[in-house]
Design a protein around this ligand. Structure first.
Ligand code: SDX
Length: 430
């Protein structure tokens, strides 16, 4: 919506450009700078996009100062409490929570697409058994592009819908296959009588030699973890998916680009890095040493699981993740898990430290997720793949919104050039 206000760019008494101000349904207004270069010959400069809105979106809203996270207007706390992950998938993709009939149909579609083409299993054989699961995910999810030539016309809503269902359905199967391959166990096929999370836990943790009896408390905990990871506005991996999709690349390739970006330790790789950090700290007596390292400008060490580009208050997901942690550890009688007690003490000390208070560094979604996943029996090197499993629906929702956006065009940022000025190649003496 265009706000009657105008931002006028002046050079002394000369007006260089008048820029419209746009107002959303909630949150900060934006200055529409699309005409800036044409009218002034200048670009905006915003490395890291701290002050840049890259698009219009109606999917997720974050208020970093208040620690608010809404999916399609619903608070994350209420969704985590009252909904299942598949209900949240329907919400993110379609804009509304499903009624009973819609949920039944959506669940049926997802269930009917959980198997992968049997030839896809051949891709795993090309990887070393000790390859990082995220490296395998990039390879195998990318390979899905080679199996669905008949439904890759991104201009048709039907093709976009079936691609969304296939990705939501098959990514858990592929994540479980990555784990089974890395430990030399046979792949477990999906079972249609199981729920989405029961199915994943069975493919991930069961073997052909035993029956799998899902623990409902753990199933509910993992379902909630997927809800907490489902979407998060224009974060790095979602922006990567949008940029890849803006060229017209197929959805499987775009989601693969998102997986690659998520892998970074500053982003989705942080949950794995938190557990590695806690194991390195080892004992509460060593916490001050690591807090000092995190505060030392000359030390590249950062307190993993702390800080966030947007949240300058508590990440609401971290609060919910800590509650889930308590539930899982109590259910498994692991409430004295050393790592959890270490994390609680690290959080307490950090939150009382001026450095973290001044810089508004609070625990983020990754701080406790690793401990819960560890307690659920998920290997540490699989944590980011689990994050990708939850975020796949958010990536697809944003990809679909971008394709349908009438303002959509290929993303092509410019730069502030600081290289050599025009010069001639020295002619070599004959
Ligand atoms: C996710 O964007 C999203 O929405 C992401 C995500 C999602 O759901 O998609 O929420 C998921 O990626 C969560 C973040 C996971 N990453 C980590 O936990 C890694 C540790 N955190 C940091 O690397 C950092 O906090 C970032 C990357 C998360 C945010 O970095 P910013 O916004 O670029 O902030 P910054 O690096 O400019 O830090 C501001 C200051 C700096 O000090 P000064 O230069 O001002 O002196 O705070 C310091 C930083 O050195 N700082 C930290 C710190 N994080 C920031 N110091 C110690 N430990 C930390 N963790």
């Amino acid at each position: 919506m265009t706000n009657p206000q105008i931002l006028s760019l002046n050079d002394q008494d000369k007006t260089l450009c008048e820029l419209p101000i746009l107002t959303g349904s909630t949150g900060p207004d934006v200055v529409d700078v699309q005409a800036l270069y044409k009218n002034t010959g200048m670009f905006t400069y915003d490395p890291g996009f701290n002050s840049t809105a890259s698009c219009r979106s109606s999917i997720t809203f974050i208020d970093g100062d208040l620690g608010v996270l809404l999916y399609r207007g619903y608070p994350i706390e209420q969704l985590a409490e009252h909904c299942t992950f598949l209900e949240v998938c329907h919400l993110l993709l379609n804009g509304e929570l499903p009624n009973e009939e819609e949920l039944k149909e959506f669940t049926h579609h997802v269930t009917m697409h959980t198997m992968v083409h049997d030839q896809l299993t051949n891709f795993f054989k090309g990887f070393r058994r000790d390859a990082h699961p995220m490296a395998i995910m990039v390879g195998v999810v990318g390979a899905l592009s080679a199996f669905y030539h008949d439904t890759l016309d991104i201009r048709t809503k039907k093709d976009r819908e079936i691609s969304a269902i296939r990705l939501i359905a098959k990514v858990p199967t592929i994540v479980a296959m990555c784990h089974k391959y890395s430990v030399g166990m046979p792949f477990m096929y999906p079972q249609n009588k199981l729920s989405y999370v029961e199915n994943f836990l069975r493919m991930m943790l069961a073997t052909p030699c035993d029956d799998f009896v899902p623990n409902p408390v753990l199933v509910r905990a993992l379902d909630r973890i997927l809800i907490l990871h489902a979407d998060h506005e224009q974060n790095a991996s979602t922006s990567t998916v949008r940029l890849a999709g803006s060229s017209g690349a197929n959805p499987f390739a775009c989601i693969t680009a998102g997986i690659a970006c998520l892998w970074g330790a500053a982003h989705g790789g942080a949950n794995e890095a938190v557990l590695t950090m806690l194991e390195k700290i080892g004992d509460v007596s060593r916490i001050p040493e690591f807090i000092a390292k995190a505060k030392d400008k000359n030390d590249p060490f950062r307190l993993m699981g702390f800080g966030h580009r947007v949240y300058k208050n508590y990440d609401p997901r971290a609060t919910l993740m800590r509650e889930t942690c308590h539930e899982v550890l109590n259910e498994l009688d692991l409430h004295d898990l050393k790592l959890f007690k270490l994390a609680l003490e690290l959080e307490r000390i950090a939150l009382e430290d001026d450095y973290f208070i001044q810089k508004k560094l609070y625990p983020n979604v990754d701080f406790y997720s690793g401990i819960v996943l560890h307690a659920l029996g998920i290997p540490t090197n699989m944590f980011t793949a689990m994050f990708a499993m939850g975020r796949t629906v958010g990536w697809i929702a944003h990809w679909d919104e971008m394709i349908a956006d009438p303002e959509q065009k290929i993303g092509r940022p410019r730069q502030l050039y600081t290289g050599a000025k025009p010069r001639d190649v020295p002619i070599k003496a004959k």
